[in-house]
Design a protein around this ligand. Structure first.
Ligand code: APR
Length: 243
């Protein structure tokens, strides 16, 4: 079914690690999460990278290998969001905190990775951002400027500015529906999006999560369960009778 001609209000969907959990990727703050096994300061801050770049490269190399494992792919939660973008007769923007590429692989194109992307690197010498699916090491040379020692993961670390915030704020200002999926609501600015939406307009706000997030009480509607079940059911509802 293609998109009908009557334009409908824009939808903004924020996703977090929970939507990728059933694809086999770890979350951060669950009991078995990433931050239970490694110290944020050591691997996800500019200071940590300055102190021990090889350790940071190892951390992201392991996660990049995990993501690019042939057994890892989009789950029904990702696929439902791709269907929403395809069939909703208005704009659908996915704003993800995730650095995996599962939304793209599911078929979403209107997508912002506000915390960067695991399969990309950035050169601190020439500023180039390029695809990189293998291991990254301190001795690797920038394919564009040939400098060595200047490449870092294209990932936003704690203390750094998330990407495309202006575009995200504009989308939040104008949306009719804001859905938050699979995020614990611990990290700003993403955790503040629901308050921003409530303050600026009349959008409906929905949380789809395994359990109530820190900001659960800020949402007009909450639905709990695994994303592979809640997201397809919610997308079916929106496409058949709106919200
Ligand atoms: N389906 C839906 N939600 C799930 C599932 C699932 N199968 N499994 C776990 N969750 C939920 C958890 O209940 C939790 O609320 O997903 C959320 C994951 O929260 P976090 O681990 O904190 O991940 P996230 O919110 O994405 O973290 C935000 O913090 O460390 C930084 O940059 C990192 O982007 C990350 C940011």
């Amino acid at each position: 079914m293609g998109k009908s001609t009557v334009p409908k209000p824009p939808i903004v969907v924020l996703t977090g690690a929970g939507i990728s959990k059933e694809s086999g990727l770890d979350t951060f703050r669950d009991a078995d999460g990433i931050w239970a096994k490694v110290n944020i300061e050591d691997v996800a801050t500019p200071g940590g990278f300055h102190r021990d770049p090889a350790r940071v490269h190892d951390f992201y190399n392991m996660r990049r290998r995990g993501l690019n494992d042939p057994g890892v792919g989009p789950n029904p939660g990702h696929l439902a969001l791709a269907r929403l973008e395809k069939e909703w007769p208005g704009e659908v923007l996915i704003v993800t905190q995730n650095i995996d590429d599962l939304h793209e692989r599911a078929g979403n194109a209107n997508l912002i990775h506000m915390h960067g992307e695991l399969n990309k690197v950035r050169c601190q010498g020439c500023g180039a951002v390029m695809g990189w699916t293998g291991d990254l090491g301190v001795g690797d040379a920038c394919p564009r400027c040939t400098r060595t020692g200047t490449l870092r993961p294209h990932i936003v670390w704690f203390g750094e500015m998330p990407l495309e915030m202006e575009r995200i704020q504009e989308a939040l200002d104008g949306c009719g529906l804001f859905v938050s999926i699979g995020t614990s609501g611990n990290v700003y600015p993403a955790a503040g999006f629901v308050s921003h939406v409530r303050a600026v307009g009349i959008a409906h706000t929905v949380e789809l999560n395994l359990e109530p997030s820190v900001g659960a009480s800020l949402f007009a509607e909450t639905l709990y369960g695994p994303a592979s079940e809640t997201v397809p059911a919610f997308v079916d509802r929106v496409l058949t009778r709106g919200w």
